[in-house]
Design a protein around this ligand. Structure first.
Ligand SMILES: [Zn+2]
Length: 207
């Protein structure tokens, strides 16, 4: 379950000297207060979305929200709202999400660059994630491991297990789970499989 919602923080309160209360006519008792509303997820502020202004008379306690604000207070409320900025930390969740998105793009670019490099120069120990579709068209994933590398071909052993997990490495990469019968593929075969999306990832463990 994701816990999210909204919260508010008081930003500032300004007295309005010289203005009489529209309700009780007492002068110098009106105040305007600005709040900042923000959304949160697990109580981490995500982004601010509203700055409500409330007017109040300290004498008669009458309060007005923006909708019912008396005409003479309206421009003052708008001005106060304009000069009140949201707190920087009300953006912290969104900033963190943006950083996370940038990081994952960088990592995935790095991963595909590594894949392209590894597939053209295989080394013993490289593990390929292999994607196949079953009879119903559902993707199944397995692994192939390089056990011998020549000048333009490799010896591979196939993993004997499949999973519908697109990242089967941690689940299937156990020496016991590989066939004992190696088979050859040329570098070109590997490249073709990669271009066709039959090899979806190359892991050079320890790098
Ligand atoms: Zn009043």
């Amino acid at each position: 379950m994701i816990i999210y919602g909204t919260n508010g923080a008081h930003r500032s309160t300004q007295p309005l000297p010289g203005i009489a209360c529209p309700e009780c006519a007492t002068p110098d008792q009106l105040h305007l207060s600005v709040f900042s509303r923000y959304t949160h997820i697990y109580w981490i502020p995500l982004f601010p979305y509203k700055k409500p202004v409330v007017g109040q008379c300290l004498h008669c306690q009458r309060a007005w929200d923006e909708k019912e604000m008396p005409g003479e207070l309206k421009p003052l409320a708008t001005a106060l709202k304009k000069q009140t900025r949201a707190l920087w930390w009300h953006w912290s969740g969104l900033v963190a999400l943006a950083l996370l998105a940038v990081w994952s793009v960088v990592m995935s670019q790095r991963d595909s660059r590594d894949n392209a490099t590894y597939i053209t120069a295989p080394r013993v120990g490289d593990v390929y994630t292999v994607r196949q579709e079953d009879s119903t068209g559902k993707a199944q994933y397995s692994l192939m491991k390089v056990v011998g590398a020549g000048a333009n071909s490799v010896e591979l052993v196939a993993n004997e297990y499949v999973t519908n997990d697109a990242t089967p490495l941690s689940k299937l990469n156990d020496p016991e789970k590989y066939s004992k019968e190696p088979f050859p593929l040329t570098f070109l075969d590997l490249q073709v499989m990669m271009n066709k999306g039959e090899i979806t990832d190359v892991d050079r463990l320890g790098e």
